[in-house]
Design a protein around this ligand. Structure first.
Ligand code: FES
Length: 114
C-alpha cells in the first residue's frame, strides 16, 4: 500500500525544499510552514504568533525561523519563541519523509502530562 500511515497529509517532494529553506503549505483553509534545516524537516503553524505574518516569507538560520515583519525568532523543532517581539510559542506538527515525499501529521501535539 502506497501510504505512510493514517493521519499523515502529503505536502510534496522533499527534493523541492532545499536545506535552510521554508515553504508554505495550505490544508483545509489552514496555513502551515514546512522547514528544512540542518537537522531535518519540521512543520509549524504558518502564521507568526505576533501579528499573523506568513512565516514562509521568513528566513531559516540553523533551526530558527526569523519572521519577515519584525524579526521575531522561533525554534522550528519545538516552536519555542526565542526573541522579542514574539512571546507566544508556535504550534508544531510531526513530519516524516516517506518514499521521497514530505508528510505532516496535523493532529495537534498535546504537551499535557499523563
Ligand atoms: S509579525 Fe512576526 S515578529 Fe511581528
Amino acid at each position: 500500500m502506497n501510504s505512510p500511515g493514517s493521519g499523515w497529509q502529503r505536502v510534496g517532494p522533499a527534493d523541492d525544499l532545499d536545506e535552510e529553506d521554508v515553504m508554505p503549505f495550505e490544508f483545509n483553509g489552514q496555513e502551515y510552514a514546512i522547514y528544512h534545516t540542518c537537522d531535518g524537516f519540521f512543520a509549524s503553524d504558518g502564521m507568526c504568533t505576533h501579528e499573523a505574518e506568513a512565516l514562509a516569507d521568513g528566513i531559516v538560520i540553523d533551526n530558527v525561523i526569523e519572521c519577515p515583519l519584525h524579526q521575531g525568532r522561533f525554534d522550528v523543532r519545538s516552536g519555542k519563541a526565542l526573541s522579542a517581539p514574539v512571546c507566544i510559542d508556535l504550534q508544531t506538527f510531526p513530519v516524516k519523509i516517506y518514499e521521497g515525499d514530505i508528510y505532516i501529521k496535523l493532529a495537534r501535539i498535546s504537551h499535557q502530562l499523563s
